[in-house]
Design a protein around this ligand. Structure first.
Ligand code: ATR
Length: 281
C-alpha cells in the first residue's frame, strides 16, 4: 500500500499495545477493500493520554480505538458519547468529526456479531456472564438486547455483579438480569469476561470443576491464547465453544464502519478471520 498525503490515519491507544493484533487485521483489510487508510498502535503512558488524543485531533485522524487501561479514562475527555457507551461507562472507539471527538463502545456489538457468525442466538436462553468489569458491562448490555430468558452475573466481588445487573435491568426496563454466587446448572451459554486464562496466566480456568451440561455453549472473550484453558475444558466435556477472536474482529469492523460512516461488505468478516488464522499459524 502506498501512503500519500491523502491517506487517512486511524489507530489504537493503550498501554502496553505491543502484542495487539489490530494493526495487522485492520491494515490487511484496508488493503483488500482498497481503502486509503492506515492503522497504527500507539503505546501511550497514562500522563500523556489527553495530549495524545488532542494530537490525533490536531493531526486530522479519522478516529481511534482505545484498549486497556484507557477505556474509562478517555470517556471523560470526549465531546459526546452514544447512549450505549454512556450506559457501559467506557469507550473503545472514537470518531473525530468537525473538530469534535465522539465516543462509542463496539465491544458488545462485536461480541454479538461473533456469536451470530458462529450460528448461536441468545433469544429465550439462559445466559451466564462471568465477571462484572468493563468488558462484562459491554457484553451484558448487548446480550440484554438479544432477548434472553435470563442473564446471571457471577463475579468474585459480588456487589459489582449486583450493580451490573441493576444497570442492565435499568437499560432494558426489565428484570432479566440478576447477580448470583454460583453458575446455574441450566446455563445455555457461559461467557467469560474476566481476565482469567489470559496470557501469561494461561492455566487459569474460571469454570474449573464445574460440571457442564452438553447443551451449554461456552464463550471466552480472551483471545490470547485463542484456545484458553476454559475452552479446552468445555470441549473435553463435549460442549460447543466460541473463542475471543470473533469479538476482536466484530468490534474492529464496527469501528471501521463508524469511522467511514457506511457498512462494510459482508465478506470483511471472513477476510479478517482468515487473516487472524494466518497470524496464529
Ligand atoms: P475489563 O475492563 O477487561 O473487564 P476490569 O474492569 O478490571 O477489566 O474487570 C476484570 C474482571 O475480571 C472483574 O470482573 C474481576 O473481578 P473483580 O470485580 O472481583 O475484581 C475479574 N477478575 C480478575 N482477576 C480475577 C481473579 N483472579 N479471579 C476472579 N475474577 C477475577
Amino acid at each position: 500500500m502506498q501512503i500519500t498525503p491523502a491517506t487517512k490515519i486511524v489507530g489504537l491507544i493503550g498501554h502496553p499495545v505491543a502484542h495487539s493484533l489490530s494493526p495487522l487485521l485492520h491494515n490487511s483489510l484496508y488493503k483488500s477493500l482498497g481503502l486509503d487508510m492506515v492503522y497504527h498502535a500507539f503505546d501511550i503512558v497514562p500522563s500523556q493520554v489527553e495530549a495524545a488524543i488532542n494530537g490525533f485531533l490536531a493531526l486530522g485522524f479519522l478516529g481511534f480505538n482505545i484498549t486497556v487501561p484507557y477505556k474509562e479514562s478517555v470517556y471523560s475527555l470526549l465531546d459526546y458519547t452514544d447512549m450505549e457507551a454512556q450506559i457501559i461507562g467506557a469507550v473503545n472507539t472514537v470518531k473525530i468529526e468537525n473538530g469534535k471527538m465522539i465516543g462509542y463502545n463496539t465491544d458488545g456489538q462485536g461480541f454479538i456479531s461473533s456469536l451470530k457468525n458462529s450460528g448461536f442466538s441468545f433469544k429465550g436462553k439462559n445466559v451466564v456472564i462471568l465477571g462484572a468489569g468493563g468488558a462484562a458491562r459491554a457484553v451484558g448490555v448487548y446480550t440484554a438486547k438479544e432477548e434472553p430468558a435470563a442473564i446471571q452475573i457471577v463475579n468474585r466481588t459480588f456487589h459489582k455483579a449486583e450493580r451490573l445487573a441493576e444497570v442492565i435491568n435499568y437499560y432494558k426496563g426489565c428484570k432479566t438480569a440478576k447477580a448470583s454466587s454460583e453458575i446455574s446448572p441450566n446455563a445455555d451459554f457461559i461467557i467469560n469476561t474476566t481476565t482469567l486464562g489470559m496470557w501469561p496466566n494461561i492455566k487459569n480456568n474460571p469454570i474449573k470443576g464445574f460440571k457442564l451440561a452438553n447443551h451449554t455453549v461456552v464463550c471466552d472473550i480472551v483471545y490470547n491464547p485463542r484456545q484458553t484453558a476454559m475452552l479446552r475444558y468445555a470441549k473435553e466435556q463435549g460442549c460447543r465453544t466460541c473463542d475471543g477472536i470473533g469479538m476482536l474482529i466484530g468490534q474492529g469492523l464496527r469501528a471501521v464502519e463508524i469511522w467511514l460512516g457506511y457498512p462494510l461488505p459482508r465478506y470483511s468478516w471472513q477476510y479478517m478471520s482468515e487473516t487472524a488464522d494466518r497470524i496464529e499459524n
